[in-house]
Design a binder for this molecule. Sequence first.
Ligand code: 13P
Ligand code: SF4
Length: 352
Amino acid sequence: DDSECDARIAAAKAILGKRLAILGHHYQRNEVFKHADFTGDSLKLSQLAADSDAEFIVFCGVHFMAEVADILTFGQRNVILPDLAAGCSMADMANLVKVKKCWEEISQLLDPDEHVTPVTYINSAADLKAFCGSHGGIVCTSSNARAVLEWSFARREKILFFPDQHLGRNTGLKMGIPLEQMVTWDFMKPRGGLTDEQIRNARMILWKGFCSVHQMFQPAHIDNFRKNTPNGLVISHPENAYEVCQKSDFVGSTEYILRTVRASEPGTQWLVGTELNLVNRLADEMKPRGVNVQFMSPTVCMCSTMFRTDPQHLAWVLDNIVSGNVVNRIRVREDVADPARKALNLMLEVVD
Ligand code: 13P
Ligand code: SF4
């Protein structure tokens, strides 16, 4: 049971001390989140991993996050993902074969290495980050997408953005790029379902990926809230559709959402459009301070892959470390890690 796991986790932490760092993403369930030494959004966690001296980095998050931690620590740490099935359905919507095909198809119209910067959301496989690193491209997260896109536009006039169409579109709109200059590349269709003219005229080509959790939030949820709570405030993650973001008062990463809601006055009523575990925890935290926090969707929508990490898996990997076994280590091949690191480091420089 959970209390037995808690005891095993606490014992392993006591034995390993500073040799161990447990990182927890904000979407982790409480039973796991409470054991994290560090918590954060994707950007903060990758910086924490890069700066960590710990010999064992146990990543309570999803697969791409553990890959980033391994890449940024040059394979010199043991980066461990408690459940190997903790992936990200959005990251799986783009793969190297399809992205390369898209790049080649664009190159029949224009020389992409001259005109197009490939930008990958951090929610992507390591080989896609490597693709960006080898084609003058860069990585972004939900908290630095704008700075990264500005950097990209300063170099080349077009961007191929994958896998999340929404983060791309929402960020483009904020920068004043009109919707008609952003086209969606439908990776299920030949030539992305676009005409030559659409590709030539576009400033942003957006991969048709999306987050299955955030797609549950609808503009009607915001309309209902505003009707019942005229003075309420709405805050959303940029993985939401643009109609949801347009109707929100604030849009930002998980870390931004937490920071903004925590800074609000007593009596504030919030509607929050992001994953349920984060929202429930925030609601509990803010309640004693007189701040009401509501989840945007009437139906339960959790990230099922974030949820895969449970106390049982965490206790199991820690027990193994204590007994001298490293299980579930995430290793990125060097020929992939090197160019991927280039694209990640560029991002970290742009943010600084
Ligand atoms: P951030 O925590 O970086 O905002 O990302 C949210 C997310 O979906 C992670 O997969
Ligand atoms: Fe992926 Fe969405 Fe889950 Fe984040 S919330 S890990 S984007 S499926």
